[in-house]
Structures are given as C-alpha cells and as structure tokens.
Design a protein around this ligand. Structure first.
Ligand code: PA5
Ligand code: NI
Length: 190
C-alpha cells in the first residue's frame, strides 16, 4: 500500500510535536543509574519528578521509514548529577541517528559497544549531532531550562535498553563549583 505524505509541527519553545504520541520518564524509571543512591532515595521519599518526555510522530516501524521525535529533558539534578535519558543502543547496531538541538544546553554521551571508546559532544541550539552506527547514546541537560532536541532514526532500528541497564555509560556529567564536568563513571561495568 502507498503511505501518504504528512506533516507534523514542532514547537521550538516547548518541544511539543503534533500530532504525536508522548511517553514520560520519571526519576523512579532511571533511579538505578544515579551515582548518589542516598540522594535518590531522599528525593523519591518526597516526590517523583518528571525527568523527560519523548513525543513521536506516528510512522510504521518498518525498513525504509524514518522515525522522528522530540525529546524534552527537564532541568534538574540528583545531588550534583544532571538529569539525563536512560540511553540505549539500537537493536540494529548498523543504524545511525541525528539529534538536532532546538533549545537549551546539553551533553551527548556516546560509547562504542565495548565501551572502550567514549565521546561527549556539546548540545546547543543549532547543533546537529551525528550518532554513528553502533554507538550507545544518552543525553544530559546541563542547563537551567528544558533541553529540547529533535531526533531522526531508522524506524526499524529498535531500542536496546537492557545492555545499558547492566553496564551504564563510561562517563558521567556533573556540576562541580558551578562548572559542568565530565568524569569517569565509577559504577561503569563493561
Ligand atoms: O531515538 C533516540 O535515540 C531518542 O529519540 C531517544 O529515544 C530519546 O531521547 C529518549 O532516550 P531513551 O530512549 O534513551 O530513553
Ligand atoms: Ni537512538
């Protein structure tokens, strides 16, 4: 059958994408990744903050199609560690992705499958970050406003979250004396 062309509209200020399908991630969904376990517990005892939202254009998850979405990471920290996305590999490792930042300031942590190689790119309005095939990716909001970016990827790429659940990422992004710093993750497991 013939798939019909269609528009979605992206609001650069809010990250809203319409029509779209929204998913939400709360601190409880990503709590195991944070370094300071006591701080996580203390925050969750009071509230369960919304960390990020993803809004997908509805596209068939089939070869040849391009999936696209916006991600909105809210500003916040647990202790000195900035809010971030879960992060994943693509199930189809050979598929690349592009993140185009619309608003805010961030870092994009990427690692090779064995974790031996790790790169951290700056995300800022106008940055188009290329995530090559095979690299795991996680984005981090290092600013005081929402970090909003637009993503394009192969619709049949698939998300592998299980690997990251086990290993984490080799690097963490923290605030030290008002500065954004990238450090080795002491909890990273190869
Ligand atoms: O496809 C992507 O890489 C992004 O759209 C992410 O899915 C999005 O930023 C949310 O991150 P995650 O899927 O790791 O929770
Ligand atoms: Ni991806």
């Amino acid at each position: 059958k013939l798939f019909r062309p269609f528009n979605v509209v992206v609001d650069f200020e809010t990250g809203n994408l319409t029509p779209g399908k929204k998913i939400t991630r709360y601190l409880s969904d990503i709590q195991h990744f944070f370094l300071d376990k006591e701080k996580v517990k203390a925050v969750l005892a009071k509230e369960n903050p919304l960390v990020y939202e993803v809004i997908y254009a509805e596209v068939p998850e089939e070869p040849g199609h391009l999936a696209h979405c916006t991600t909105i990471i809210y500003p916040g920290k647990v202790g000195n560690e900035f809010f971030f996305t879960k992060g994943h590999l693509h199930e189809k490792l050979e598929t690349a992705e592009i993140y185009f930042t619309l608003k805010g300031q961030g870092r994009l942590i990427m690692a090779s499958p064995d974790g031996e190689e790790c790169e951290v790119l700056e995300m800022f309005p106008g940055s188009a970050s290329y995530i090559p095939p095979s690299w795991s990716h996680r984005s981090v909001n290092v600013g005081g406003e929402p970090l909003i970016f637009y993503c394009i990827f192969f619709a049949d790429a698939g998300h592998d979250y299980a690997t990251i659940d086990k290993t984490g990422f080799p690097k963490v992004v923290l605030e030290r004396n008002g500065e954004v710093v990238v450090e080795n993750n002491p909890n990273w497991k190869k």
